[in-house]
Design a binder for this molecule. Sequence first.
Ligand SMILES: N[C@@H](CCC(=O)N[C@@H](CS)C(=O)NCC(=O)O)C(=O)O
Length: 195
Amino acid sequence: MIDLYAWGTTNGRRALIMIEETGLPYTLHQIDIQKGDQKTAAYERINPHRKIPALVDSEGPGGKPATLFESAAICFYLAEKAGRFLGKPEDRPNVLKWSIYHVATMMPTIMLLRGATDPAIEARCRETLDAMNRHLAGRDWFAGAYSIADIIPFTRIQQISHERVKVSDYPNLAAWLDRVAARPAVKKAMGRKFG
Ligand SMILES: N[C@@H](CCC(=O)N[C@@H](CS)C(=O)NCC(=O)O)C(=O)O
């Protein structure tokens, strides 16, 4: 049995998209971060950092329970468990490098954009979006077939809302966003109501 603890934020929906894509059965536990559900002693035992999402798999490797936090780690774990979305062996290095790029470089940069008026921050964000846009020229997905390298960045790119820095200025990235958004599992996860 898989228990997913989440709320309807970019990080929460990332895990939700991933589990919907795998088709694995799961139970969703809504952790209302506005109410402070993430700060209970019971939840703290699952994630000492008191953030969503988290996942508990009662049948982890070797039949033993596995507990995960960090949405990208949850994506890697579920992809491995389902045996999908990690790419063919020849695509694996690209799945790995783009997944880590999104977590370690793209996300911390794009997160600075919210309400930013500093031209240096805007320039850094444009540089990141431009790198992804150039990579996606002539490609449907980041690394071969649709994979976690597409699932991991989706919610972060989708929530960009800035007066001057716009995804629509990056046509390959915008087209990729539409392709991911059109997937049934993504629609289901994005449409899930919280609260
Ligand atoms: N890097 C973490 C970030 C987790 C995170 O910041 N979660 C936020 C919601 S998106 C949260 O739980 N906030 C509640 C709080 O800070 O108290 C991940 O990807 O899972």
